[in-house]
Design a protein around this ligand. Structure first.
Ligand code: GSH
Length: 392
């Protein structure tokens, strides 16, 4: 009942803000919401390669110093731009060739999940090998190996030692270098690298370097750059068609800022103000998406599957199992309060193998709940929701 009334309010944006300001009047009056000082463009699509290359090394060094520290001084989370921004293209430095590339991902990561979905949708398995990290991300970043646990279940500080098999299935060790940590790949590509050690990483096996570590660009390459080598069945799948480009771009911008990254801004906030400044726009955007999907609309942009669906799916599939609890995005759930989004989500999951087969709820839940001790110090992974996604 309570949830329903909150959601009703959130659908009608006016009462939503009234509720918040009446609940938090003292806070909002004494501390007006901060203006954003971020030097980082809000959408990866807006970052041009020059601004990325010019990213100050102190920014990168800062990021590297403490891998588990995400919030900036004002308590808000600012995502750093990706650094490797080369492209696969016919006749280019990185041409589309069978078996030439390796995609390093985590099943847990929504950005990496985009690449996993598009790789399978486009039938690129024989062009791009796969390596899947263990879901736990500790102080040294992503690894293929389970961490060492203390007798009390805690994770002692280590210098990179790995623990015994913990029964988590689905890990695919690094097929090229048998590396222990993803950071090793970054240093192999650039020994002076000072940024974060993120996934996805698209690796060129032949040139032994990172082609690109920005998911929004990786999925565009997968969509178009292998077409000359693919069966027409796969070549004809176009997730970014000319006729819908401007609509997709416009939607990507606000969905990235308030939804894809909005859940992180909410969850990684370290002040009440920063949290509220993220969670309210997030639910306003969910309301907007819910409306877009009115009248049984199947896809988020136009009447065909596009990258807009892929980019939204990887956040919405994690929403009820993780973000509602772990990131405190709890003004509503997808299954109880957003019937259109829930229908859209279930359709993609159950009717498209590339969405279902790349979704691993065990990795997703284990990663978030166990890897952010500043948010969940006990590292207990909640049992629910059951089922992780409702049937059709
Ligand atoms: N802009 C990147 C973001 C990738 C990203 O932040 N990945 C996270 C996992 S969900 C990561 O690897 N984080 C490790 C870290 O920041 O140290 C993309 O879209 O590819």
């Amino acid at each position: 009942m309570l949830v329903r009334s909150l959601t009703k309010q959130s659908r009608l944006l006016q009462p939503f803000s009234v509720r918040l300001s009446s609940t938090y009047t003292p806070l909002l009056l004494s501390n007006p919401l901060p203006t954003c000082h971020s030097v980082i463009p809000s959408s990866p699509l807006l970052i041009n390669s020059n601004s990325t290359r010019n990213m100050s090394s102190s920014q990168g060094a800062q990021a590297q110093k403490d891998i588990t520290s995400w919030a900036s001084k004002d308590g808000s989370f600012k995502r750093l731009p990706s650094v490797f921004r080369n492209h696969i293209e016919v006749g280019g430095q990185h041409p589309p060739e069978k078996g030439r590339y390796t995609l390093y991902v985590s099943y847990a990561c929504p950005w990496a999940h985009r690449a996993l979905i598009v790789r399978q949708l486009k039938g690129l398995e024989s062009f791009i090998d796969l390596s899947i990290v263990h879901p736990f991300m500790g102080a040294l970043g992503w690894s293929w190996y389970p961490p060492i646990r203390g007798e009390d279940g805690s994770y002692p500080a280590t210098k990179g030692e790995t623990g015994p098999d913990d029964g988590i299935e689905g890990v695919i060790p690094d097929p090229l270098y048998n590396a222990k940590f993803v950071r090793e790949l970054y240093f192999k590509a650039n020994p002076q690298y000072e940024g974060r050690f993120t996934v996805p990483v698209l690796w060129d096996n032949k040139l032994e370097t990172i082609v690109n570590n920005e998911s929004s660009e990786i999925i565009r390459m997968f969509n178009s750059e292998f077409n000359s080598e693919l069966d027409s069945k796969f070549a004809s799948i176009d997730l970014y068609p000319d006729s819908l480009k401007s609509e997709i771009d416009a939607q990507n911008e606000w969905v990235y800022d308030t939804v894809n990254n909005g859940v992180y801004k909410s969850g990684f906030a370290t002040t009440q103000k920063a949290y509220e400044a993220a969670v309210v726009p997030l639910f306003e955007s969910l309301d907007k998406l819910e409306k877009i999907l009115d009248n049984g609309k199947e896809f988020i942009v136009g009447s065909q599957l596009t990258e807009g669906d892929v980019r939204l799916f990887t956040t919405i599939i994690r929403f009820d199992p993780v973000y509602v609890g772990h990131f405190k995005t709890n003004l509503g759930t997808i299954r109880h309060n957003y019937p259109n989004l829930n229908r859209w989500l279930r359709n993609l999951y159950w009717n498209y193998p590339s969405f279902k087969e790349t979704t691993n709820f065990e990795h997703i839940k284990a990663h978030y709940y166990m890897s952010h001790p500043q948010i969940n110090p006990t590292r207990i992974v909640p049992v629910g929701p059951l089922p992780a996604i409702e049937p059709l």
